[in-house]
Design a protein around this ligand. Structure first.
Ligand code: CDP
Ligand code: MG
Length: 702
């Protein structure tokens, strides 16, 4: 630790931060930005006036770096040094250094727009250009401009273009920490391999047999490939002649690995043993693995992309950018000269790769982001003119506005509604938060909470996520509930309820091929969502009654209706002649129910006429994933709203954000049912009061 490059610049860093509100720090991966900057500023007294926050785009990195810093300072994790990620807060009153995901900090800014509990905010890994970090950049720019602000903002990046961020912050200083990278020899393949897994495997074995000691870092595109690679490599290594090479230790590294498995990559290799770390792009810059001398780079990365003109997600394996390729190669030269094996020709690197990765803001759905910006109550924020480092397309902003309008989060003038405001307080995607609000009205909040929690944890629900087990979820319906024909949301509810009846027994999960950790996480998420809702509602909520559905006789009508309101923009109508569905709404297209779905035909052999879906994904064909049957009488009024919709008005309203027009007032004044979870905390009430007074004052002037 003592020789980390950044520590040699301690004085310079402290001096520059003293003199400037915003500083950009650029340093090679492993130079100590994530673990040391917070400690440097702590030593120079910044924790006396507030907490030092360090944001991370990835949950794993937030946890792992916090753990490391707590260890270095010799304190208990969760006390002086803690972390906060969605659905998990390990901080206390004592916390002075807090690692958190960029999404968490955004959420905190809703209840405390000036973020004045913090003396320093470090936006780490800015080069990753995650959607939330990009929004935070815009927000920080506003905050430091305020006269009263004594906030210090640091922005760190591992790549060398700090100029752009510096210009964004009126040419703030850029500190460059020279890395001590050793030379890395880059070896290209003559052509692209047919299978990059086979080619990686062969290269890894060649290194193991021929090259001197040093760990090997292999970049794969995702968890499935990592698992495949780990088992193949294990098999091959075991078949090598005893004593012909040193021992091998093969370790996976990806975002959904259990914590105890993640930390294994940070302990050095035993003597006479070579480690193979098989990782996603998480090992490019987020997590530094020491001891790596050889890197195998397939040249690919898995990227989730959203297409605003179709509303469709795709998870594509795409070529990495040149910046990423260079980062990957750099991992080989941290401790001594290394080698990087690129499984593609140099012409591909020079001619096909993009210079830099496309920022997430230009390939994501912006519904959540736009709702967030609308709820900020900052008088001068105009969504379409928000100061972004890179502007998202107007198409995706409009797409977000339409989505929000269809689920009642904004009105036809683009003003945030009461419902929208409550939605923004929930750490969920807009469709699910809207479902919860409706479920509360319809008296099925408990069921909706379960479904929401199950969907939020779904990535870890099925034991292995291979295609096989997706099908298994359907086939093993003899043991697991099957959604009673109504679809996947209902099945998720029934699974949880069955586990509840089994007293949350871990063995029950194992017997039913469900991941224990995933189910435990669901239970925890459910509990936390309950607590958040109680807080918003400021009173007891009905989250217990109806806790268990009446099996068989229950048609889950209220729940399905609540889902219909939440998925207002994700409705589809059955098309008899097309053997599938057509999505309703402004993006009408033909789609099919995903093969993993448990949605069933009725006695007459017909699929339900109307369904809602959680997600549209483009694989071989456009598929709806997680589908639930709804009724025409619920679906039609929502799609009718489209006729009234005027995008110009929707976006025009944004300039008046923070003000309530007459429309908003009427809504706020309308009588509500007994338990109203959309009722907001005091400060919000007073804001409404103030807005009402402004409105009345304007009215009396006319
Ligand atoms: O952020 P940056 O890439 O500049 O470096 P860092 O994450 O602060 O890492 C500095 C050093 O701490 C590296 O040698 C890492 O291997 C080590 N580290 C660790 O051992 N365990 C962690 N959980 C995080 C970092
Ligand atoms: Mg870092």
């Amino acid at each position: 630790m003592a020789d980390l490059p950044i520590l040699k610049f301690e004085e310079k860093i402290v001096e520059t931060v003293e003199k400037n509100p915003v500083v950009v720090v650029i340093g090679e991966t492993g130079s100590g930005k994530s673990t040391q900057l917070s400690q440097i500023l702590h030593r120079s007294g910044y924790t006396k006036s507030g907490i030092i926050a360090v944001t991370q785009p990835r949950r794993v990195a937030a946890v792992s770096v916090a753990r490391r810093v707590a260890h270095e300072l010799g304190v208990q994790l969760g006390e002086e040094v803690g972390y906060a990620i969605r659905f998990e807060d390990r901080t206390s009153d004592k916390t002075i250094i807090k690692y958190l995901t960029d999404g968490c900090l955004l959420r905190e800014s809703l209840s405390n727009p000036e973020l004045n509990q913090y003396s320093v905010i470090i936006l780490d890994e800015a080069h990753e250009r995650s959607l939330n970090t990009d929004i935070l950049l815009g927000l920080m720019k506003r905050l430091v401009r305020m006269d009263s602000s004594s906030l210090k903002v640091l922005i760190t990046s591992a790549t060398l273009d700090g100029g752009k961020v510096s210009r964004f912050f009126s040419n703030c200083p850029v500190l460059t920490v020279p890395g001590k990278l050793f030379p890395v020899e880059v070896l290209y393949s003559r052509e692209r391999p047919k299978s990059y897994i086979e080619s990686s495997l062969k290269t890894a074995l060649d290194i193991h047999i021929r090259e001197p000691r040093g760990d090997v870092l292999i970049f794969m595109t995702g968890q499935d490939d990592i698992e495949k690679m780990v088992s193949k490599l294990e098999e091959k290594v075991q078949s090598l002649e005893e004593g012909s090479c040193m021992d091998a230790l093969i370790l996976p590294l990806h975002g959904s690995l259990p914590p105890e498995m993640q930390v294994r990559v940070f302990s050095p290799a035993p003597s006479n043993c070579r480690r193979f770390i098989v990782a996603t792009n998480i090992a490019e810059t987020s997590l530094t693995v020491d001891g790596v001398v050889y890197v195998i780079d397939s040249g690919y990365v898995k990227q989730r992309q959203y297409n605003p003109s179709t509303g469709m997600y795709s998870l594509d394996v795409v070529q990495i950018s040149r910046v990423q390729a260079d980062q990957r190669a750099g991992r080989a030269g941290r401790t001594c000269p290394g080698k990087c094996y690129r499984l593609y020709p140099s012409a591909v690197y020079h001619e096909e790769f993009l210079d830099a990765t496309i920022p997430e803001i230009q390939r994501s759905s912006l519904a959540g982001t736009v709702l967030y910006l609308k709820s900020l109550d900052l008088p001068d924020i105009n969504i379409l003119k928000f100061d972004f480092l890179d502007q998202p397309s107007s198409e995706s902003l409009e797409d977000a506005l339409k989505q929000l309008y269809l689920i009642d989060a904004i009105d036809e003038n683009g003003l945030i509604t009461h419902i929208g405001r409550t939605m923004s307080e929930l750490p969920l995607e807009p469709s699910l938060s809207r479902t919860l609000i409706e479920a509360n009205e319809l008296g099925c909040l408990s069921q909706a909470l379960t479904v929401t929690a199950m969907l939020s944890a779904e990535t870890t629900l099925i034991s292995t996520r291979s295609k096989n087990s997706e099908k298994k979820r359907k086939r093993s319906s003899s043991d697991l509930p099957d959604g009673s024909g109504w679809g996947d949301h209902i099945q998720l509810l029934q699974i949880y309820e069955k586990w509840d009846r089994a007293n949350y027994d871990p063995q029950w999960c194992i017997d039913n091929n469900l991941q224990v950790r995933g189910m435990m996480f669901t239970k925890d998420v459910r509990k936390q969502l309950c607590q958040i809702l109680q807080k918003i509602a400021k009173g007891p909520l009905d989250v217990q009654s109806n806790r268990r559905s009446k099996e068989k006789t229950d048609d889950y009508k209220s729940l399905r209706r609540a889902l219909c309101a939440g998925y207002g923009n994700q409705l589809a109508e059955r098309k008899i002649h097309h053997n599938g569905y057509r999505t309703l709404g402004y993006k009408s297209q033909l789609v099919q129910v995903h093969p993993s779905s448990v949605l069933e035909m009725d006695e007459d052999g017909n699929m339900p006429n109307y369904v809602v879906y959680h997600e549209l994904i483009a694989t071989s064909r456009p598929f709806m994933r997680n589908v639930c049957a709804v009724e025409m009488s619920w679906a039609i009024p929502i799609s009718r709203k489209l006729e009234k919709m005027d995008v110009n008005k929707l976006s025009g309203g944004s300039s008046a954000s923070g003000e309530y027009g007459p429309k908003g007032d009427e809504q706020l004044g309308s009588p509500k049912k007994e338990v109203d979870i959309s009722k907001s905390p005091d400060d919000h009430d007073s804001r409404i009061q103030a807005a009402r007074e402004r409105f009345l004052a304007r009215k009396s002037k006319k």
